[in-house]
Design a protein around this ligand. Structure first.
Ligand code: ATP
Length: 365
């Protein structure tokens, strides 16, 4: 029997449109090649362009439609010239993160052969880690969009860093299970708790819960790093790490730092997973400077599509979905290993379509 999965698709703005179409084209090829399931796509209009036309940032019923899908695929949202009345950028996806409590933010950081490596040390070729960023609380609990800061006129502003037991338990379990899955695929089998437990009560609590949960996963190595030392270690020896679990703001900062080690935003894939649904999108924005030029690197989006298929494989128990994810991942790795992928982002001559077609050709082999 062929299983049907439904994907809510928000292409969004700028290069979001091109990279989403590239991702769907690659996923369709992988689906064809593996068989056993089909994907149907429910396009949902949202973003800055849509807001400019209609005065609302997502189509009526769009949020609920996302919730009814098996997963959400998103391109990029926002244009600097289009703002809400309060001056902030259009961001319906942040409401989706809140609405569906997408607490587990996965940011893979992997070095591909013949691709960008910013560190001269030859061991940089072995970088393969995940920044697991809690994405619903931490210091972002007070993000301006939530309106929770304590503001004393023009004199004092206090933001709150919130850590709850319920979310942190789920996060740490997620981290250890992720390390187990990566170990089965040849990974190191290690989770490092990144915190500032020497200074903040909230961070000591975060580590305490990590310590409570770690013994349930005796096959996984544990470790700790203060966030400042972790920043240093991401430059000194990033090849030593596997899964790094941390609070929201730390993850926001370190994921960009780590992503910079292995290329640009065009390689930065991202998954945001909650208890009932996951949202998958490249970590980059709409890049208005290169929109409409066929210049965007679609690999961050394509690799996010692979994360989505892998998530769906686990969610449904359908092995073919995980196989399709693996097919896309290894096509990207093969493309670099065979020196066939040269995105314009890294000074190459291949635009969005050429990179996409190359990945499709390899998936088809
Ligand atoms: P946001 O705040 O929404 O993340 P931003 O303007 O800070 O947006 P991006 O839109 O990600 O960040 O763009 C930052 C820079 O990276 C731009 O110069 C852009 O051209 C480049 N860039 C981003 N994504 C890609 C991509 N997929 N391929 C090539 N270059 C990219």
């Amino acid at each position: 029997m062929v299983s049907k999965l439904q994907i809510a698709v928000i292409e969004g703005d700028g290069i979001g449109v091109d990279v989403t179409q590239a991702t769907i084209a690659v996923m369709e090829e992988a689906t064809k090649s593996v068989g056993g399931f089909t994907l149907s796509y429910n396009a949902i209009a949202a973003g800055a362009g849509y807001y400019r036309e209609t005065g609302v940032d997502i189509e009526p019923g769009g949020e609920d439609a996302c919730g009814e899908a098996d997963a959400i695929l998103l391109g990029a949202i926002g244009l600097p010239s289009v703002r809400y009345d309060n001056g902030t950028e259009i961001s319906p996806h942040l409401r989706l993160r809140e609405k569906f409590q997408l607490y587990a933010g996965i940011r893979p950081v992997k070095a591909y052969p013949n691709s960008v490596q910013k560190l001269a040390d030859p061991r940089a070729a072995d970088i393969d880690l995940i920044i697991l960023r809690e994405s619903t609380e931490g210091l972002f609990y007070s993000a301006a969009v939530h309106n929770r800061s304590q503001i004393i006129e023009d004199v004092e502003v206090c933001d709150t860093l919130k850590i709850t037991r319920a979310t942190t338990e789920k996060l740490h379990h997620f981290a250890f299970k992720l390390a187990q899955k990566r170990k089965q695929r040849g990974g190191k089998g290690q989770v490092t708790c990144v915190d500032k437990a020497n200074v903040f009560n909230s961070m000591a609590f975060f580590r305490k819960i990590y310590d409570e949960i770690a013994p349930e996963y005796p096959d996984i190595q544990t470790g700790y790093n203060y966030v400042d030392a972790q920043a240093l270690d991401l430059i000194r020896k990033p090849w030593d790490f596997d899964v790094l679990v941390m609070e929201n703001m730390f993850g926001d900062i370190l994921s960009d730092l780590a992503g910079g080690l292995v290329g640009g935003m065009g390689m930065a894939s991202c998954a945001e997973i909650g208890d009932v649904i996951g949202l998958f999108q490249p970590a980059h924005g709409s890049a208005p400077d290169i929109m409409g030029k066929d210049a965007a690197n679609p690999l961050a989006a394509i690799l996010s599509g692979a994360l989505m298929l892998d998530y769906l494989g686990e969610k449904t128990g359908i092995q073919a979905l995980s196989d399709a994810a693996e097919k896309i991942d290894s096509a990207v790795a093969t493309g670099f290993a065979e020196n066939q992928i040269h995105p314009m982002e890294f000074g190459g001559n291949m635009g969005t379509k050429a990179v996409t077609n190359t990945v499709i050709d390899i998936v088809r082999r």
